[in-house]
Design a protein around this ligand. Sequence first.
Ligand SMILES: [Zn+2]
Length: 80
Amino acid sequence: MTCQQLIEFLTEYIEGQLPLSQRAAFELHLALCGQCRAYLHNFRTTIEAAQNAFDDPTVATPASIPEELVQAILRARRSN
Ligand SMILES: [Zn+2]
């Protein structure tokens, strides 16, 4: 798996929707690549911030959250 592929699979990984074989490749890459570990950490922090914002409608969505990430979170919430 390349860094590019890891980033493509990131949302599915976090949502627990990655098939086992891809999940293993994903975690192997994470173990070997500090850059992607940092990316995953930032991604999770951003999602938590976004979810906190969505849970409290009086809090505006932080401007630093990319629109595509907001859409991904909204899709994930709808599928629950
Ligand atoms: Zn990487």
